[in-house]
Design a binder for this molecule. Structure first.
Ligand code: SF4
Length: 770
């Protein structure tokens, strides 16, 4: 790594100068040397571009390799070539058979030119690797830093594959922001740009869970309202709920998609519940009187005809978990924001039982079954509420007699309701809707109770599930269950079914992909062999049952050592349990003052964020905003508009802030973001790995912290012109043994532990910004 030896002097924004007496490193003597960004913009010393033609020769005759043919066979018969798809604006009909799809290299050049960008080495290498994965069927993990243009690098080969092999490629994201970027910006531009080279305009669609679409059956009044306890006793809540639901009814006649995200301003969760259904609550398009106009069905049909389907990790997980597919037939998946995959799949594979949810289900059953049977379920809910109220939150090893009895009672009462509701009958739409709305949650309660009771049968160390009582955010206690690991599930239901490309700016933790790969259920990465290498007698036999994968780090076009400083406040005390120590607040004050505001404060708890905001407002002349004081998007907007403003907050800001330019030149993190020691799932996973002889702390807590640190640090440099400082107040990043692993998970910033040096750099940056 080429790290400058002297501190950046940003008084001239794009020039990295020595500070004081420090020696200028040789590579900085040529101040006119182009940065990596200007090099990749097509300067004279740009390396020759690689040929990305994957196995089809350089003549651009399209994929004729056996790999492509195999995939064509798999995806044939989808009949999507004549369909129209949301967002494309043009029908996919009219394939020009006289046009051979161009090779990948040409398509990438066309795509980059169309979006007004410049070709970048990392982007080219990534597109080539994705093309190879498609050809070989070998899974791929790609770390692509900010500024690589990774969405183009996977979309172009994915589109080419979908079009040439007549199949669908699914692209999954963790956040709505990325989903929107793909569907509203990247894919429309690519579809236009690539149409001529591919012989037709590629199509795309977005697909979400059914709950995200308006249910017309409910809008038409064919299904009963959700029982809402809050509104029952609170007239104000009732009228605000009524207003929201009325607004959705008005919107229903205007919307073309019924997609909740398009309703602006949005409505509360309880209002949306009145107008939507889950997949299990849906009557089924064949029985539903408005099934032919149904928004969710339209989205599904459009997705079935599309080349690229954008979805989220939760739906991807449900598709893998459920025997009934929710995604259209596809032979390849791209998982963007793959650092979040394990958490999202864990949530989708988990379950919850609370007194409230059981009583709610009982009220729904009360409309369709005998009162006595529904009452039994209601009493079982009250019983659970009482038992959980007596127990401490945290992991449950041996259940108490009362807890076991409560669970058995819930299982039996739910089962009685399910039996009484019975299978689908010849009934009118209203009765059928009421029955479905009662059956879905009651069946889920029955299944979860059985899963918990089965789990308790096993000794704790042998369980595949972790069970705990949660009482967070002042909510009534609930019983939670989640799988100890999701690797087996992903290995069998994702990697075992189709070629998968996983990508993110952060995948190689501590410099290796293996930590995350083990959580995904993939074996350790094999050493890359030279192309000419051949198998020898000494080589161990390969395990054919293991999914084969390769890891690739394409770096970032950003010049981290020249653009950013990583400052660790080694002189501070270790963080304590009782809020932020005074020394932290003093350090924070001096840093923000030197930066002239422009600070994003990422705190490990809301309590710390509030404490810092209150204290710094008294000490500073520049404004400080705190998460929770307005909607996060409003706060981020105000922060971006005024460089003097600082924004403090917690988890959602660690990943959700994209503010290039001079409003964000300092990112402060109060402590290494380890999971809480009493986090039931993390501690159970940690223990299980240690029991097998592994390093549970690094694999679980270290991975969690490394991912968040890297995500937080990723907020600083959002464009090649950005400059700034990452300040970690927690000295353990320098002093603890695991510090090296964590630091190796961060981009190669210039490092210092000297507060004077970093404040000087911030002041120069502030002055340069003016
Ligand atoms: S098909 Fe299902 S989701 Fe669609 S309108 Fe009918 S009940 Fe609602």
């Amino acid at each position: 790594m080429n790290v400058p030896a002297s501190v950046p002097n940003w008084s001239v924004p794009d020039v990295f100068e020595p500070d004081g007496t420090e020696e200028l490193p040789p590579e900085l003597t040529r101040s006119s040397e182009p940065t990596s960004d200007t090099r990749t913009a097509g300067s004279a010393d740009e390396p020759p571009r690689r040929d990305l033609t994957s196995g089809s020769g350089a003549d651009g005759t399209g994929p004729t390799s056996s790999g492509a043919e195999r995939q064509a066979g798999k995806g044939s018969g989808t009949g999507k070539s004549g369909g129209t798809t949301k967002g494309t604006g043009t029908a996919a009909a009219g394939i020009r058979t006289d046009v051979e799809p161009a090779d990948l290299s040409t398509l990438l050049s066309v795509a980059v030119a169309a979006v007004g960008g410049s070709e970048r080495d990392g982007q080219t290498a990534m597109a080539e690797a994705v093309g190879n994965a498609i050809e070989s069927g070998e899974h791929l993990a790609v770390q692509a830093g900010t500024g690589t243009g990774k969405s183009l690098a996977y979309l172009v080969p994915a589109i080419r594959h979908a079009v040439t092999a007549h199949t669908t490629v699914v692209v999954s994201t963790a956040t709505i922001a990325l989903q929107r970027q793909l569907v509203d910006r990247d894919l429309p531009r690519l579809a236009d740009a690539l149409a001529d080279s591919l012989g037709r305009r590629p199509t795309f669609a977005i697909l979400k869970g059914r709950r995200n679409y308006l249910c017309l059956n409910r809008i038409h009044g064919n299904a009963p309202d959700e029982p809402d306890e809050g509104a029952l006793f609170d007239a104000f809540a009732a009228s605000s709920l009524e207003r929201e639901v009325r607004r959705v009814h008005d919107w229903a006649s205007d919307t073309e998609t019924g997609d909740r995200d398009e309703l602006v301003p949005g409505v509360s969760e309880r209002a949306w519940r009145q107008v939507s259904v889950t997949g299990n609550e849906c009557l089924g398009a064949h029985r539903c009187p408005v099934g032919s106009d149904c928004f969710a069905e339209q989205a599904r049909n459009e997705a079935g005809r599309a080349d690229i389907v954008v979805t989220n990790h939760a739906l991807l997980a449900i598709d893998a978990l459920d025997d009934r597919p929710v995604l259209p037939e596809h032979d390849m998946v791209v998982v963007d924001e793959a650092h979040d995959l394990v958490d999202r799949v864990t949530t989708a594979a988990g379950g919850e039982l609370s007194g409230n949810a059981i009583k709610q289900a009982a009220r729904k059953c009360g409309r369709a079954v005998e009162e006595e049977i529904a009452d039994r379920l209601n009493e079982a809910g009250e019983g659970l509420e009482f038992v959980l109220g007596e127990l401490e939150p945290g992991r449950v090893g041996e259940p108490s007699h009362q807890l076991s009895a409560a669970l058995s009672g819930i299982r039996d009462a739910a089962s009685a309701c399910v039996n009484a509701l019975g299978p689908e009958q010849r009934e009118d739409v209203e009765s059928g809707s009421a029955r479905k709305l009662a059956l879905a949650p009651t069946q889920e309660i029955q299944d979860t109770a059985i899963r918990l009771l089965d789990g308790f049968e096993e000794p704790e160390q042998d369980r595949r599930d972790v069970i705990w009582i949660s009482a967070e955010n002042n909510r009534p206690p609930s019983l939670q269950v989640a799988p100890l690991g999701v690797g087996g599930l992903l290995r069998e239901r994702l990697f075992g079914q189709r070629t998968t490309v996983l990508t993110s700016a952060t995948l190689a933790l501590g410099g290796s992909f293996d930590t995350l790969a083990s959580q995904w259920g993939l074996p350790p990465q094999r050493e890359a062999k030279p192309a000419t290498d051949t198998a020898t007698a000494q080589e161990p036999p390969s395990d054919d049952s293991e999914p084969s994968w390769v890891g690739l780090d394409v770096g970032s076009p950003f010049d981290y050592p020249r653009s950013g400083i990583l400052y660790v406040a080694r002189h501070l005390p270790k963080p304590g349990r009782d809020g932020l120590p005074d020394a932290y607040l003093d350090e924070l004050t001096e840093l923000v003052t030197a930066a002239g505001g422009r600070t994003l404060g990422l705190f490990s708890s809301m309590r710390a964020a509030r404490q810092a905001s209150e204290q710094l407002r008294e000490r500073l002349s520049t404004p400080v905003l705190c998460q929770g004081e307005d909607s996060t998007s409003q706060l981020v907007g105000s922060f971006a508009e005024d460089p003097a403003t600082s924004l403090f907050g917690t988890l959602s800001l660690w990943q959700g802030v994209d503010v290039p330019g001079q409003s964000l030149q300092l990112v402060v993190m109060d402590r290494i973001p380890f999971p809480r020691p009493d986090d039931p799932l993390a501690s159970a996973r940690q223990q299980a790995i240690s029991a097998r002889g592994g390093n549970g702390f690094i694999t679980v807590a270290g991975t969690h912290a490394a991912l968040l640190l890297a995500q937080g640090a990723g907020r600083l440099l959002r464009s090649a012109a950005d400059r700034g400082v990452i300040a970690i107040l927690d000295p353990r990043l320098s002093t603890a043994r695991y510090g090296g692993f964590l630091r190796a998970s961060l981009p190669p910033f210039w490092n210092t532990e000297n507060p004077e040096v970093v404040r000087g750099a911030l002041r120069r940056l502030d002055e340069a910004a003016g």
